[in-house]
Write a protein that binds this ligand. Structure first.
Ligand SMILES: [Zn+2]
Length: 184
């Protein structure tokens, strides 16, 4: 994907960010977000770009919101980055969902505690593996709400014998709590 610098600059400003003056010749964009985070894009002599951590978080959100299609190469690179991160998180936390605590029956997803849309980042510190249903249930809720839901899911599971089939994730839909379905 070629860098859409002009459109990205406009997007930063539309989000309440401020464009700052570059501090050296390599900087092609320096900005400050409304939360006072600074993002920088550098360009070297060969025209290659380097992104600061802030830009690495912001640019994918911009791409998604602007509806730009990432190229196949970008997709492949992003896929490799994701696979590496998943294996790191698997080593760190084990093969269970960070919310419901169940083993993954399907490939796990990467959960961002502070959502990317809410200006969270991709650092491992902000990420953990979650099953697909939990990831959907949590969405981009505030972290406190996510923790509260996790506790409710785990508590509900304790009320059921291990041999009973009970999917505590069904406690929630995308909006909030739905009726607790007791199976006997
Ligand atoms: Zn889960």
């Amino acid at each position: 994907m070629t860098l859409a610098l002009g459109a990205f600059t406009e997007w930063v400003q539309a989000k309440g960010g401020e464009i700052l003056s570059p501090t050296n010749e390599w900087e092609i964009l320096r900005y400050q977000t409304s939360e006072n985070h600074v993002g920088i894009i550098w360009q070297n002599k060969k025209g290659l770009h380097t992104f600061s951590e802030r830009v690495k978080s912001d640019y994918p959100v911009f791409v998604r919101e602007a509806g730009l299609a990432p190229t196949e190469k970008t997709e492949r690179l992003l896929g490799a980055v994701k696979r590496k991160q998943k294996s790191r998180l698997l080593d760190r936390d084990g093969a269970t969902c960070c919310y419901c605590g169940q083993f993954f029956d399907d490939p796990p997803t990467i959960e961002h505690f502070h959502s990317i849309a809410g200006h969270g980042n991709n650092h491992d510190d902000n990420c953990a593996l979650a099953c697909q249903p939990c990831n959907l249930v949590m969405g981009s809720l505030p972290v406190v709400t996510k923790i509260h839901r996790r506790d409710q899911i785990r508590e509900a599971m304790l009320d059921h014998a291990p041999w009973e089939y009970f999917d505590a994730r069904s406690l929630f839909n995308g909006v909030g709590i739905v009726a607790l379905e007791v199976q006997s």
